[in-house]
Write a protein that binds this ligand. Structure first.
Ligand SMILES: *Cc1c(COP(=O)(O)O)cnc(C)c1O
Length: 413
């Protein structure tokens, strides 16, 4: 077979299982449900536990079906290794719990997924201060860095207001300062953007969203891009330094983050996510085209007060999105004119479904301030640019004309 390095994105995903020996020539990696694994003899069992020989120990720390998915994500992100978790939050929590120590400081984008914001509040309560900055401006990131700063955390396109972090400049800054650069790539997905291209150290993906893509399985992942020099990181325990430095971070994340906290991805979910990933590129192309059409239509309508979508020339980071991303993605948000009630509008939609989640095959809409961003309060919402009437749209793969008709008929009250 041709060298898999030269395959295109989708070919590489479709044929990745066959690159390794696969049971019975099965074309999908089988779902292995066994929690425990057998060995040739007791010495081999010990060698696997001591990391001297590859192999599986116990289902919480690794599983062949999950490993096949990890391998696919490593290819998608062009990384060196990937760890999967039960959810995206499990992956993000693992970073915080296994890499930070009391007194460490974090610089995070202020424009964050709501639960990541909530988790950072917990981390602050545990003695690790977090500075929230406008990450569209590298100067603000730089100004917040102190000698205790251990990591900079950003999302690519922030959900729901679609602010785009100054990804390349922040990458250059982190490299220059030797700081771990963590990029949550969920909103772009590795199809639209590889954070490795801007110097990311660790890449987060909520597999629940575009990668799985069908709203039928939860999952999260962390990928080490291989760019970070872990010998610069002070919090690696001695037991993980017996590996090559490029493996230190993942070794500690697997043990301290996955093994000890236990947010392990189940093999059935891993299978759903792996199958979903096969069509990711096709879905995202369609979603991006429809999202651009819907955003353009709404932006031209006087009943709409504001539309936030990186594909619009009016978007403040349109240039960055055009330079870095293959397309502009399936997420947009908009505000209606004051005299149109956002709940009434949502109730008039016939196709788009009021629901949380995004990156689903079905178009989903949600009144953000009243639901997913309700708990944080009006002040923090305002600081994130979230209007009380903001509606988030996660565009699915329905036919574009049907979606355009739906969003427009609901305006005509
Ligand atoms: C959904 C999401 C997460 C969390 O993923 P879950 O699988 O729901 O835990 C993290 N980051 C971003 C940007 C997300 O959209």
């Amino acid at each position: 077979m041709k060298d898999s390095k030269t395959f295109g994105f989708t070919t590489s995903i479709l044929h990745s299982d066959r690159q390794k020996a696969i049971e019975h020539g099965s074309l999908h990696k089988p779902i292995h449900t066994s929690v425990a694994f057998g060995y040739r003899d007791a010495r081999e069992l010990a060698a696997v536990f001591q990391g001297k020989q590859p192999g599986y120990r116990y289902g919480r720390q690794g599983n062949p079906t999950v490993a096949a998915l990890e391998d696919k994500i490593t290819r998608m992100e062009d990384g060196v290794a990937t760890l999967c978790f039960a959810t995206g939050m499990g992956a993000i929590g693992a970073i915080m719990q296994s890499l930070l120590r009391s007194g460490d400081h974090v610089v995070s984008s202020a424009f964050l997924f709501g639960n990541t914001n909530s988790l950072w509040q917990t981390v602050q309560g545990q003695g690790m201060p977090v500075s929230f900055v406008d990450a569209t401006d590298v100067a603000q990131v730089e100004a917040a860095i102190t000698p205790a700063t251990r990591m900079v955390f950003v999302e690519t396109i922030a959900n729901p207001r679609t602010q785009i972090a100054d990804l390349a400049r922040i990458g250059a800054l982190c490299r220059q300062r030797g700081i771990l650069y963590v990029v949550d790539n969920t909103m772009t997905s590795p199809y639209l953007f590889r954070p490795k291209a801007v110097g990311a150290s660790l890449v987060v993906n909520a597999l629940t969203k575009s990668i799985g893509g069908h709203g039928n399985a939860l999952g999260g992942s962390l990928t080490d891009t291989g760019l970070f020099d872990w010998t610069l990181y002070p919090n690696i325990a001695a037991s993980y330094k017996r590996f090559a430095p490029v493996q230190w971070g993942m070794a500690q994340l697997r043990a301290k983050g996955l093994r000890d906290f236990g947010a392990s991805l189940g093999p059935e979910a891993a299978h759903h996510l792996a199958v979903g990933a096969e069509t990711m590129a096709l879905r995202i192309e369609r979603e991006s085209a429809s999202a651009l059409a819907i955003a353009s239509m709404l932006a031209a309508d006087p009943r709409v007060a504001a539309v936030h979508y990186p594909g619009l020339a009016s978007h403040p980071q349109h240039e960055i999105a055009t330079t870095l991303f293959k397309a502009y993605g399936g997420l947009l948000s908009f505000e209606l004119r004051d005299d149109i009630d956002c709940f009434d509008y949502l109730n008039r939609l016939q196709l788009a479904i009021p629901a949380s989640n995004l990156g689903d095959t079905r178009t989903l809409v949600i009144p953000v301030a009243h639901t997913i961003f309700y708990e944080m309060g009006a002040e923090r919402r305002a600081s994130m640019g979230i209007a009380e009437s903001l509606i988030r749209v996660s565009v699915g793969i329905e036919d574009t004309d049907d979606l355009l008709h739906d969003f427009s008929q609901a305006l005509a009250a």
